[in-house]
Ligand binder design. Structure first.
Ligand code: TIU
Length: 223
């Protein structure tokens, strides 16, 4: 890393520690992103999430070129739903529920086409894929063990959705002592207001949960 400081990060410059940074890509799954999928069935405009794919493709390429650890997550459940709390299954009034047959297989069920990551961001050999039953990537997963084993102390956080799984994961990571930089054009929300406020909430109060910067600032720091 020749320029390891992201100078324009808010609320303050963020200095990458070589060898201690991982890129985490949260839930860039077909069920959330593709037209006709679960996200759209909840009444959401999936185009708002698809905006993330381009910048995140570039960041992923930069991370791979820099040799930093890449961790992908997928939200979903066992086929028998034994790891899905009844309260999660019952929540809301969706036309399709978790486990129901959808356009891309059973919704948010491991092994189904819709549960997997979009083609553009498919994991490659050597990258970690964490299957998680909750919104946070640490709850009921091996993520903490993976990061400790790799001496990771900093996370570049990307994925969807900003105010749900990204926020939950950043809060979990922050409480575990990780420094989180949320890459603003690599996270997406179905709600533009939540996108803005969600990012503001990360960096407010002197960086109460972490830092925020976009790919034009982060990618050069990885080179
Ligand atoms: N990955 C993630 O954020 N899961 C969600 O259910 N997000 C919504 O915004 N619904």
């Amino acid at each position: 890393m020749n320029t390891p400081t992201v100078s324009s990060a808010r609320p303050s410059p963020f200095t990458l520690t070589p060898g201690a940074t991982a890129l985490i890509v949260i839930d860039m799954q077909r069920d959330f992103l593709l037209p006709g999928g679960f996200g759209e069935s909840l009444g959401n405009d999936v185009a708002l999430l698809q905006q993330v794919v381009g910048p995140l493709t570039d960041l992923l390429a930069a991370a791979r070129a820099a040799g930093i650890l890449v961790v992908h997550t997928r939200e979903g459940h066992e086929p028998d739903l034994s790891d899905c709390p009844p309260a999660k299954l019952a929540r809301g009034n969706p036309s399709q529920r978790i486990g129901d047959p959808g356009a891309f297989g059973r919704i948010l069920i491991r092994g189904e086409y819709g549960h997997d990551i979009v083609d553009e961001l498919a994991p490659i050999d050597g990258e970690v894929v964490i299957d998680k039953p909750g919104k946070g990537a640490f709850y009921a997963t091996s993520l903490q063990d993976v990061l400790v084993a790799e001496d990771i102390t900093q996370l570049l956080v990307t994925g969807v959705t900003t105010e749900v799984c990204v926020h939950t994961t950043v809060r979990e990571a922050n409480d575990r002592g990780y420094e989180c930089l949320v890459v603003s054009d690599c996270v997406g929300s179905y709600f533009p207001d939540f996108q803005k406020i969600g990012l503001d909430m990360i960096s407010a109060q002197g960086g109460i949960f972490g830092w925020v910067a976009d790919t034009s600032a982060v990618i050069p720091a990885l080179a």
